[in-house]
Design a protein around this ligand. Structure first.
Ligand code: FAD
Length: 440
């Protein structure tokens, strides 16, 4: 039995079937659908993707054919570990032999007056997104609360759609918990060009009622911002209520504690996705609320093992990347700001390179920053901003951190030079060479 029809739950269901075709797999989800990509929703709102239909990855019949029994619109209310049952809305007590919990995340409660007003949009369920898209059509002014990864996407989408867009965030720059200020700066410049109004170092104080239960403004530490629509992009918090109530161990982040096989503290119970915590490969600090790709792979491991297979999940190095404004930003593990905050010593190299041959049309700049451990010079983190090619570099650098590649290796790495897709000098190599030169 799988609780959750998101990336983790669907990964687990598929993993269980692949490990043992004879396994009966039942999935419960509160939503009307499974197998759609929530990740595409901001891009439909931004009109880069023409319609929501494209975000459905498989029809309901595909699961029936695969022998996966999905119960849609069905909430699980409790887990009984002693009796190996769950209490299901409308179905009563239902038994399981093995259980995978993939209950995911909720956006953190903004914790201010007016959080229950109409006009506050928490982007998640695709059916609600379809309804909100019509409301967005009517909006003239929108406020995005917090420049989180989703916040960056929604600011860009709303501005692209021609809506007067404000973003408020208590930090001094965009995506401040992940990105360094020099990496976020080009994004902010391009937002300014798009007409986005940025309110940094600004605390949310209240959502203001129009007298009819609808938001009319956002009150902040810097004053009141009128708003037809507010998109709440607060931190992703683990939905751990079912697991915690059942007595399953919860960690310091609020995520369910699992071992490398995604097994919880309770025999016969696995967990995966945004409701769990996993260790960071460099710092060993537990992390929660990573990404859809992490959730899906963890789900696969959990489902495989629950059905009698044997797979393990490795500590994470967290390659990340996204489009914000007209730039792509991304990185691996830590930037300068986060490493400093965590007290992790590092040596640094930074370079600006180019994405294609200098003479090739549409060549874009790429800025790369590399962080390495002093002494060994092993890579421990990276930050990037550029016009293209950020995702591939983030994936490569995450693997480089994982296997212990050094700045010296990177400084003299081989690279592809082909005018339309790569320049003679690879920006990663330039950053590593600069780091070595700084050391001298
Ligand atoms: C708008 C948006 C954009 C995103 N963009 C990206 C992106 O660009 N890249 C990326 O990698 N990831 C992206 N994500 C993925 C996201 O950030 C998460 O990491 C991912 O959704 C986690 O998957 P999950 O299955 O753990 O949890 P969730 O997606 O939260 O799914 C949880 C599931 O559990 C079900 N559930 C919870 N409690 C119960 C219960 N009691 N009973 C029954 N069912 C229950 C829910 O109905 C749901 O099906 C995006 C998500 C959203 C919403």
């Amino acid at each position: 039995m799988v609780i959750g029809g998101g990336a983790a739950g669907i990964g687990a269901a598929g993993g269980a079937k692949a490990a043992n075709k004879a396994t009966e797999v039942v999935v419960y989800t509160e939503f009307e659908d499974a197998a759609y990509s929530p990740c595409g929703i901001p891009y439909v709102h931004g009109k880069e993707i023409p319609d929501f239909d494209r975000l459905f990855l498989a029809g309901k019949e595909a699961y029936v054919e695969a022998g996966i029994d999905i119960h849609y619109n069905t909430k699980v209310d409790a887990i009984d570990l002693a009796r190996h049952t769950v209490k299901v809305d409308g179905e009563g007590d239902v038994g399981w032999d093995r259980l995978v919990i993939g209950t995911g995340f909720d956006y953190a409660d903004p914790g201010v007056p007016g959080s229950d007003l109409d006009g506050l949009y928490y982007v998640k369920n695709i059916r609600r997104a379809m309804e909100w898209d019509k409301i967005i059509d009517q909006a003239k002014v929108a406020v995005v609360v917090e420049a989180s990864p989703l916040g960056l996407e929604m600011v860009t989408a709303l501005a692209h759609r021609g809506i007067e867009t404000h973003v408020i965030d208590p930090h001094p720059w965009a995506l401040a918990e992940a990105a360094d200020p020099d990496i976020a700066a080009p994004v902010e410049e391009s937002w300014a060009e798009m007409g986005v109004k940025m309110h940094w170092n600004t605390r949310l104080e209240a959502f203001v009622d129009d007298g009819q239960g609808h938001v009319r403004a956002v009150r902040t530490s810097e004053g009141e911002l009128p708003a037809d629509l507010v998109v709440v992009c607060t931190k992703k918090e683990p939905r751990n209520d079912l697991a915690a109530a059942a007595g399953i161990e919860i960690g310091s982040t609020g995520g369910i504690v699992v071992d490398e096989r995604m097994a919880t503290s309770e025999p016969g119970v696995w967990a995966a996705g945004d409701c769990i915590e996993v260790p960071h490969g460099v710092s060993n600090i537990p992390l929660q609320g990573l990404s859809g790709s992490h959730a899906y792979s963890q789900g696969k491991v959990a489902g495989t093992n629950a059905a009698g297979g044997n797979r393990s999940y490795q500590p994470v190095y967290v390659p990340w990347g996204m489009v914000a404004g007209k730039w792509m930003i991304g990185g691996v593990s830590f930037g300068e700001t986060l490493a400093t905050a965590l007290g992790i010593p590092f040596v640094l190299g930074k370079a600006q390179g180019i994405s294609r041959a200098r003479y090739y049309p549409d060549m874009k700049k790429i800025i790369v920053k590399l962080l390495a451990e002093p002494g060994s010079l092993r890579l421990i983190g990276a930050q990037m901003v550029g016009g293209e090619g950020i995702k591939e570099r983030a994936d490569f650098l995450a693997m480089a951190v994982k296997v212990g590649i050094t700045l010296t290796d990177l400084a003299w790495m081989e690279n592809v030079y082909s005018p339309p897709i790569g320049a003679l000098n690879e920006p990663i190599a330039l950053a590593a060479q600069n780091a070595l030169a700084n050391l001298k």
